[in-house]
Design a protein around this ligand. Structure first.
Ligand code: ADP
Ligand code: MG
Length: 400
């Protein structure tokens, strides 16, 4: 596996200024943080560095201010919430470069933690401007990247900085990279992938990458409809990208050549209207979908067969729900298969890694997120990793 340095390699940090790239881009409503998952994920790194006597300078983006100073996107709005989560005082520093930042970095004492203002207040951030990266680098003695969720972007505070200072992966980044490596880098075989969600078009590169790397590709969700239609099944008025029939067939052929078994559902749950517990609810064989029905979940027989597949596997990667899980009972297949995967993980026979915004919500809904080996909240970065892309932030750490 490609190597990168971690906090274990960063010794003697007492009194050193350490720039830590985190992701403080949290959702807010009425001036309050509504989900502090991202804040909490920084704690292992920040607490460890602060305890060791480092001067901790946190760098992050917040919203999309596009190079303008926007008061509503100031990280000062997050500082009090971060302080509460960290359980120690946190100083807010009004800029991530220039005199303000320099002065603060000089004033701070060993163990102190400060949040530098939104990196995206400067156009140079997203442009990966070497001048901005240099100014930020001048504030510190070392750079720690703990924001996997921002690693798919080559920005000044991610890719740029890693080349200018001794660079290390923070604890959350380290855990994420190790989990992903175990799942698709050098996994124990057989490997299964579950790919669901709404549309094939948003996950074409994921599917193309996976057929070459996994032994079983399980397709569910709306995208299964496109594959079924491509094989000549009448999917009624289901969500379906009929224009992608050719692409779907190409993916099936590529899987065949690579020795990857593709699993499409043979029974499905349908309804005439998309609402909770509709009167018209039916479970049918895929060949029995009526013209005025839509497929909203995969069926129980399919789920049972998929559970048997997972029992033969050692590794699972999962992105995308198997049905329209937000609306009951179309969460049934996702919940059932997630429970199977969780139980297999807990019994030690399966390494399970999942990611994707709706996937994380679905696993939480099923109550099993904590029973998976690793659940990534990284969104875009997780998907690009599933596409087999090299993430610039990670690459820079490996080269550092
Ligand atoms: P993720 O965010 O985990 O990558 P996606 O955004 O690709 O997942 O897809 C999630 C969405 O797909 C959910 O909102 C879910 O309701 C929808 N979905 C799943 N199956 C179906 C289906 N059969 N018909 C319509 N929508 C579906
Ligand atoms: Mg989504």
């Amino acid at each position: 596996m490609a190597r990168f340095r971690t906090l274990d390699d960063l010794d003697d940090v007492r009194g050193k200024r350490v720039l830590v790239r985190v992701d403080l881009n949290v959702p807010m409503a009425d001036g309050r943080v509504t989900d502090d998952t991202r804040l909490r994920s920084t704690l292992p790194t920040v607490t460890e560095l602060s305890d060791k006597g480092a001067i901790v300078l946190l760098l992050s983006h917040f919203g999309r201010p596009k190079g303008e100073r926007r008061p509503d996107m100031s990280l000062s709005l997050v500082t009090r919430a971060y302080e509460a989560v960290l359980g120690r005082p946190v100083r807010f520093i009004g800029d991530c470069r220039g005199e303000t930042a320099k002065q603060a970095a000089t004033d701070m004492q060993p163990g102190d933690v400060g949040i530098l203002e939104n990196t995206r207040f400067h156009k140079g951030e997203e442009a990966n401007d070497p001048g901005l990266a240099r100014e930020m680098a001048d504030l510190g003695d070392a750079y720690v990247d703990d924001a996997f969720s921002a690693a798919h972007r080559a920005h000044a505070s991610t890719e740029g900085l890693a080349h200018l200072l001794p660079a290390y992966a923070g604890r959350a980044m380290e855990a994420e990279l190790k989990a992903l490596e175990k799942a698709l880098g050098e996994p124990e075989r057989p490997v299964a992938a579950v790919v669901g969600g709404a549309k094939v078009s948003s996950k074409l590169d994921v599917l193309r990458n996976l057929v070459a790397r996994v032994d079983h590709l399980i397709i569910g969700g709306g995208m299964a409809n496109t594959f079924l239609a491509a094989r000549g099944v009448d999917v009624g008025k289901s969500l379906c990208e009929h224009e992608l029939a050719g692409t779907a067939n190409e993916i099936l052929e590529a899987a065949d050549r690579a020795g990857c078994t593709v699993h499409l559902p043979y029974d499905v749950v349908v309804a005439k209207v998309f609402e909770a517990n509709p009167q018209s609810l039916r479970t049918v064989n895929v060949h029995e979908v009526a013209p005025d029905e839509m497929i909203l979940d995969i069926g129980p027989a399919a789920v049972e067969a998929l559970a048997d597949v997972l029992k033969t596997c050692r590794t699972l990667v999962w992105n995308g729900p198997l049905g329209a899980f937000e609306t009951p009972p179309f969460d049934a297949a996702t919940v059932a298969l997630a429970k199977t995967a969780a139980a297999l993980t807990q019994s030690g026979s399966l390494v399970s890694v999942a990611g994707g915004g709706d996937t994380v919500a679905a696993l939480n809904h099923a109550g099993v997120a904590a029973d998976f080996t690793f659940v990534s909240t990284a969104g875009g970065a997780f998907l690009e990793w599933m596409e087999g892309k090299e993430l610039p932030g990670v690459k820079a750490l490996e080269q550092a």
